[in-house]
Design a protein around this ligand. Structure first.
Ligand SMILES: Cc1ncc(COP(=O)(O)O)c(C=O)c1O
Length: 463
């Protein structure tokens, strides 16, 4: 344990000196690993030597200050300690009986975060691995609520009387929503991707028209997913208008705030998300922007009894004497066994304090605003979307073949080593993304990024 603690400390101290991306080709790591497991035990020191030689150098370094791709994340010190303690305990928090403190800490920490995000006091939270699972559980509950279908017992197949169930999300919503439709038996064909406006926010008139069309054609609208902080640009769908429509139409409202929900702990960013308190379900991922190690995703629901009705199934061997008095977390989703994730989140919230967490989020947003200002002031580049939080989308301005140029620009910037950016396509145009979310990212790293981008642009133009 002491050697591992030193390995982690050394890694974190030196991670910024490495290139973010390893110089490794597909298959190279596999080729140096033995094809079969060892028959005889090996000393842990030998295994850790191999970890240092083969594993650590061949990873993409998410804890690097120059990691600015996808949504940048941080395994913060308190989070790493919480994760370590949870591994040592190895409790399975499926029932209150199997983990009394694990169950009650999870309830308490979820209530803390709800209060921090200014969500209603009666929102019920529990922790899943990822937003993909949280959204799946939420949408399964929406399906369970549909009257007269009893999908839980009767399923969907072989029932010609059941109309196609439809789901609505913007053309900017995350692919996990389509995956939910795949798993829930709705089918990708029945996910309506509603067009977004010039600022990448779902068009509510287009949503209303899609729902009306589906009803007229005999389909059964089920739920709308509003995204607060879309994956490409972090745009915020107009939740109040979507909530009005859901109320009028009797549709479930699921809010995907996986990324930007963390910013709701700052009143000024919470103000950018009016209406989230009207959700039937809401997902937020502390493992994205609340400095908690992967994985940790909170699902809040307005009506936990409905969630339980959708999922609770208690075989005899899982009955306990306290069932009527306690929460058994296995009742709130499809998984039985569950990790003790609340421990790391509890440690993160306490060690930073809510004010400390707010400061870090504000700092990330301020860095993003600085970068956006530099881009806007440089005639070589343009901003590709508004910057409400800490993610900046931009591209080089060019008359000729801009997509190809921007693709090469990204490759060149990433090949330099100190930073790693990712890309997206916005309204058909190739776009570079800078997502600031790592605690180690400071102004100097963003300045360095900007220098690298400018230099790569000039070199490519020269060529
Ligand atoms: C808006 C949004 N929702 C959901 C997800 C999926 O998150 P997870 O990896 O926790 O399933 C992402 C991932 O980036 C996201 O950006």
């Amino acid at each position: 344990m002491h050697r591992v603690a030193d390995l982690v400390a050394d890694y974190l101290e030196g991670v910024g000196e490495r290139p973010v991306l390893p110089a490794v080709k597909p298959g190279e790591v596999r080729s140096v690993l033995p094809a079969a497991a060892p028959e005889q035990p090996e000393p842990l020191d030998t295994i850790l030597d191999d970890y240092l030689r083969v594993i650590e150098p061949n990873l993409t370094h998410w804890n690097h200050p120059g990691f600015l791709a996808y949504f940048a994340i941080t395994g913060s010190g308190p989070g790493i300690l919480g994760e370590t303690l949870a591994a040592g305990l190895n409790v399975n928090a499926m029932l209150w009986r199997t983990s009394p403190a694990g169950t009650e800490l999870e309830e308490r920490v979820c209530a803390w975060l709800a209060r921090m995000m200014d969500l209603p006091a009666d929102f019920h939270g529990h922790i899943n691995d990822t937003a993909s699972s949280s959204s799946l559980v939420a949408l399964a509950t929406a399906r369970h609520r549909l009257p007269g279908l009893d999908v839980r017992v009767r399923g969907l197949s072989g029932r010609p009387e059941v109309p196609p169930l439809t789901l609505y999300a913007s053309d900017q919503a995350h692919s996990s929503i389509d995956k939910s439709a795949i798993v829930l038996g709705l089918g990708q064909e029945n996910v309506r991707r509603i067009e977004s406006d010039g600022d990448f926010r779902m068009s509510v008139p287009a949503l209303a028209a899609a729902v009306a069309r589906d009803r007229a054609e005999g389909r059964l609208p089920m739920a709308v997913v509003a995204t607060v902080g879309t994956t490409s640009t972090t745009s915020v769908d107009p939740v109040p208008e979507i909530a009005d429509l859901c109320a009028r139409e009797g549709l479930w409202l699921h809010v995907d705030a996986a990324y930007a929900g963390s910013a709701a702990i700052c009143p000024e960013y919470r103000a950018l998300m009016p209406g989230i308190e009207r959700a039937d379900s809401l997902v937020v991922n502390p493992h994205k922007w609340l400095f908690t190690p992967v994985d940790c995703s909170l699902l809040y629901v307005r009506d936990p009894a409905l969630l339980k009705a959708a999922f609770s199934l208690v075989p005899e061997y899982l009955r306990t004497a306290e069932d009527s008095e306690v929460t058994n977390l296995m009742d709130y989703g499809f998984q039985l066994g569950r990790r003790f994730r609340s421990l790391k989140l509890w440690m993160v919230i306490r060690a930073f304090g809510v004010e400390g967490l707010r400061e870090r989020i504000r700092e990330h947003c301020a860095l993003a605003r600085d970068l956006a200002g530099w881009i806007a002031a440089d005639p070589r580049f343009e901003l590709a979307a508004p910057v409400p939080f800490s993610t900046v989308c931009f591209r080089a301005r060019l008359e000729e073949d801009p997509d190809r140029f921007n693709e090469r620009l990204l490759a060149r910037v990433n090949a330099a080593g100190p930073v790693f950016l990712s890309h997206t396509v916005l309204k058909g145009r190739y776009t570079l993304r800078v997502a600031i979310g790592n605690l180690r990212t400071e102004r100097e790293h963003i300045q360095r990024l900007w220098e690298l981008v400018g230099r790569a642009y000039d070199e490519l133009r020269g060529e």
